[in-house]
Structures are given as C-alpha cells and as structure tokens.
Design a protein around this ligand. Structure first.
Ligand SMILES: NC(=O)c1ccc[n+]([C@@H]2O[C@H](COP(=O)([O-])OP(=O)(O)OC[C@H]3O[C@@H](n4cnc5c(N)ncnc54)[C@H](OP(=O)(O)O)[C@@H]3O)[C@@H](O)[C@H]2O)c1
Length: 274
C-alpha cells in the first residue's frame, strides 16, 4: 500500500493526458454533418471546445444544422461547407475552406457515406448488382475519404502537427446482414476499415487514425429499416442507439484522451456480437 503523500502525479504518467477529453483550440472537420450521427458528432466536437467545419452536399439543410450548432455553442466558430466529398472538386472545396478559415485541421470525422441503393429494385439478386452500386459506394466511402485525408493532412508531417482521423464504418462491413442491397456498401465499409489500418500504421506516431462503428442509430428511437427492426433481438441493450451516443466516442478518439490508440475500431452497438 502506497501512502498518500508518496503519490506524485507531477510526472504526467497518471490520469488523463494534458487536454484530456477536451478539444479546446482545435479545429474539427465533420463530413455528413447535416443529419443524424454526423450532426451529433459536429455538436459534440463543439461542446468539447473545437471549432468545426461541417460538410454535406445539401446547402440548405447544412446551413440549418450549422446554425443549430452555433446556437448551442455560441463561443465556437462553426463553418458550413457545402461540398460533395465523392468528387475531386468537393474535396478541394473542403480543403480550401479549412485553409482559409483555420489554416490546418486537427481532427477529421468521415461520416458522409453512400449506400448506392437509390433506384435499385427491391428484388435485387446477389449476382445482378449493378456496377453503379459499387462505383457510388466506393467513390464516396473509400476514395472520397482517402482524397479528403490526403488533402487535409499532407502537410502535417513536415509541420510536425499531430492530428486524429475517425472513419465511420458499419457492422455491414464486418459481417453479411440479410440485405443484398448492403453488399456494395458493406464491402466498401470493410475496405474503409482496412484503409484505416494502413493509414494508422503509416501515419503513426503523428497522426492517429481510428474507426468508429455505430450499431443501429436513429434519433426517433425506432429502427430505421424493417431489417433493422427484425435484428432488434440481437441487441443486448434492447434498443437502438441515439446519435448523441456516437458523439462521445468520436470526441474521445479525436482528443488526447485516446493518445495511445490508433488503428483501432470503437464499436458502439448496444452489445451486439460484432
Ligand atoms: N444510422 C445507422 O444506424 C448507422 C449504422 C452503421 C453505420 N452508420 C454510418 O454512420 C454514418 C452516418 O450515418 P447516418 O445514418 O447518420 O446518415 P444520414 O442521416 O443519412 O446522413 C448522411 C449525411 O451525409 C451527407 N452526405 C451524403 N453523401 C455525401 C457526400 N457525397 N458528400 C458530403 N456529404 C454527404 C448527408 O447530407 P447530403 O445528403 O446533403 O449530402 C448527411 O449529412 C455513415 O457513414 C453510415 O455508414 C450508420
């Protein structure tokens, strides 16, 4: 037993690292920030002290979302950047906004995604998936994410500036769910997870790269699809997640509280076995 007067915390070896779970003075970029999980993460970043660049395609919905975050956290600078991250132009626009407004980013959360499901017939067969589903999902979820990381962080190593990247993956990328429509989406999320690991290995120690894997998350408290409803019995916590329950995980991964964590996946799925 160590006597209380022998304990010395001045070395910084114990407790939360400096900065802890706070993001004060940092700039966070959140894509997919106009809805559900991305919106919640943008608010969480601002609540933790970060200035935030919020990205989504639809300018009107994004402006409303940014206004709401600004209203909740008036001391933070909240910038709405309408852009399509699946395109080179969109990525260039985000990088330009970051440079013009803040210089460099300290954190990036890649939450924007494509499911490729629009216009696809309900009776899709596993060997009849159109190329567009793969093109769309990979263009946004994998290539767009990579391009954005490259555009925002290429200067960090020379500048010796640390950063944290969080890629939002999915259970559909870890095991096949009983939805043929999720094939390309799931494969793209599996690719995103492996890309996360390659980036983590090769950008360490300066830039940490982790994945956040949400379970079924909806702001209504109800499963958002019929399949999700059928899978409710597989969730030990017996409910869907709230968007706010993803924000804490993203803030943790973006902050110095996770300073020895890279190449990891933080699963927030109510206890499902993936
Ligand atoms: N919700 C879940 O249960 C769940 C489960 C597992 C994983 N996830 C993952 O969590 C993330 C967020 O899911 P969510 O349910 O919160 O999504 P959501 O409510 O559908 O919101 C998607 C967001 O991404 C934006 N977006 C889509 N394509 C974009 C593009 N090309 N460029 C820029 N922004 C784009 C959308 O705005 P615009 O349409 O205006 O661009 C919107 O802000 C996704 O990566 C998803 O795979 C979600």
């Amino acid at each position: 037993m160590i006597a209380e007067d022998e304990i010395d915390f001045s070395s910084g070896m114990y407790g939360l690292p400096p900065g802890g779970l706070r993001l004060d003075g940092k700039t966070a970029v959140v894509t997919g920030a106009s809805s559900n999980i991305g919106l919640s993460i943008a608010l969480g970043m601002a609540q933790a002290g970060a200035d935030v660049i919020m990205v989504a395609r639809g300018a009107e919905r994004l402006a409303k979302a940014a206004e709401a975050v600004r209203g909740a956290e008036p001391k933070r600078r909240i910038v709405a950047c309408p852009a399509d991250v699946s395109t080179v132009e969109g990525v260039t626009a985000v990088a330009g906004a970051v440079e013009a407004e803040f210089g460099m980013a300290d954190a990036l959360v890649n939450c924007a995604f494509a499911s490729g499901k629009a216009g696809i017939p309900a009776d899709l067969k596993i060997l009849e998936i159109p190329d567009e589903m793969f093109n769309e999902t990979y263009q946004t979820n994998v290539l767009g994410t990579y391009r954005l990381i490259k555009a925002l962080f290429h200067g960090h190593v020379d500048a010796e500036r640390p950063a944290s990247i969080v890629n939002v993956v999915s259970g559909s990328g870890l095991l096949p769910v009983p939805v043929i429509h999720n094939t390309a989406y799931g494969a793209s999320k599996a690719a995103l997870w492996m890309m996360t690991r390659y980036l983590a290995v090769n950008l360490a120690p300066l830039i940490r790269v982790n994945a956040l894997c949400p379970g079924n998350v909806s702001a209504t408290g109800q499963p958002h699809t019929e399949t999700a409803r059928k899978m409710m019995s597989q969730i030990p916590m017996g409910r869907v997640g709230k968007p706010g329950e993803m924000a804490g995980a993203a803030v943790y991964l973006a902050s110095d509280a996770s300073s020895f964590t890279t190449g990891a996946m933080l699963v927030c799925n109510g206890g499902r076995d993936w």
